[in-house]
Design a protein around this ligand. Structure first.
Ligand code: CP
Length: 306
């Protein structure tokens, strides 16, 4: 089965292809810093070629990790970071911006944009692969993949493992992509949070009580409360009382628990700062694994194009 020609959502990739991706990510991770022949080979293979990293919405982790991945592959990144300094600020459209950059012939596109942007329609018109780097509320496939890769590195096979996703599920593209990925890799997910943060679908089990949810879980994924997306005012005090992961929870959670957060974190709201330095916290580990995973994904997709 050929590797997907791009990645807009996780329905486009099979379990076997994900395991191939993890294997290559793991190879890159092991080879890191050693300047092995294989790395030099990859570097020279892509030298002189470009990748268009078009971030129509803000990003730190995803943008810089794709830039790092490109640098390690020898691909020169063409980076758009918001409208400032581009003709978007003069009213040029999403579509025209992409078509003009396509005319410069980059090998691949990595795009972050809002729900209102017609990413799928554009990708169908384009001649080169497109990777979704976070598309509104619809999905963030490389984030879910890097989370799973990072978790797998900690515990091995994910089949039958239980991930509790806590907080603002309704506004989370990361949760949306984990609902897809869990079906492929066979881990279970459940949600925990106040009813106004829960999705409309009742496909997944939801816990009202954090205590019950944590008791059930092998790992937790804490999400940022997306204050900017709530039309109705929410009570942060009530949220913090019932769902904030603080020092008290660190004492109750087993040693084997992994604590994930895709970032950026609102410390003092969904998490206490003390959690970030607990050995069970995977936040920086996730970021590191994100570079290896994204480097492997770029390489796999580009190999499929050749
Ligand atoms: N996790 C994530 O997508 O972070 P950024 O918005 O900083 O890229």
């Amino acid at each position: 089965m050929p590797y997907p020609a791009g990645l807009l959502d996780l329905k486009e990739i099979s379990e076997i292809q994900i395991h191939e991706l993890f294997k290559l990510s793991q190879f890159i991770k092991t080879a890191k810093g050693k300047a092995q022949n294989s790395e030099r080979h990859e570097f020279s293979r892509y030298r002189g070629l470009t990748a268009a990293l078009l971030f129509f919405e803000p990003s730190t982790r995803t943008r810089f990790s794709f830039e790092t991945a490109c640098a390690r592959l020898g691909l020169h990144p063409l980076v758009l970071s918001g409208a400032e300094g581009t003709s978007l600020s003069k009213g040029e459209s999403f579509e025209d911006t992409i078509l003009n950059i396509q005319a410069m012939n980059p090998e691949i596109f990595v795009i972050r944009c809002g729900d209102h942007s017609p990413l799928r329609g554009m990708a169908e018109r384009m001649k080169k692969p497109v990777i979704n780097a976070g598309w509104g509320l619809q999905g963030h496939p490389t984030q879910a993949l890097l989370d799973a890769f990072c978790w797998k590195e900690q515990i091995g096979d994910l089949r039958g493992r239980r991930l509790l996703i806590i907080g603002d599920i309704k506004h989370s593209r990361v949760a949306a992509s984990h609902t897809e990925l869990s079906q492929i890799l066979g881990y279970e997910i459940a949600f925990c949070g106040p009813s106004e943060f829960m999705p409309e679908s009742d496909r997944f089990h939801t816990f009202k009580s954090l205590e019950d949810g944590i008791e059930w879980a092998h790992a937790i994924m804490v999400l940022r409360v997306q204050l900017e997306r709530h039309a109705q005012k929410i009570s942060l005090d009530s949220y913090k009382t019932h769902y904030q992961i603080g020092k008290n929870w660190l004492k109750k959670m087993p040693e084997s628990m992994c604590i994930f957060h895709p970032g950026p974190v609102n410390y003092g709201i969904e998490l206490d700062q003390a959690v970030s330095t607990d050995p069970r916290s995977q936040f920086m580990n996730q970021v590191e694994h994100g570079v290896w995973l994204r480097q492997a994904l770029l390489q796999k997709i580009l190999e499929g194009v050749k």
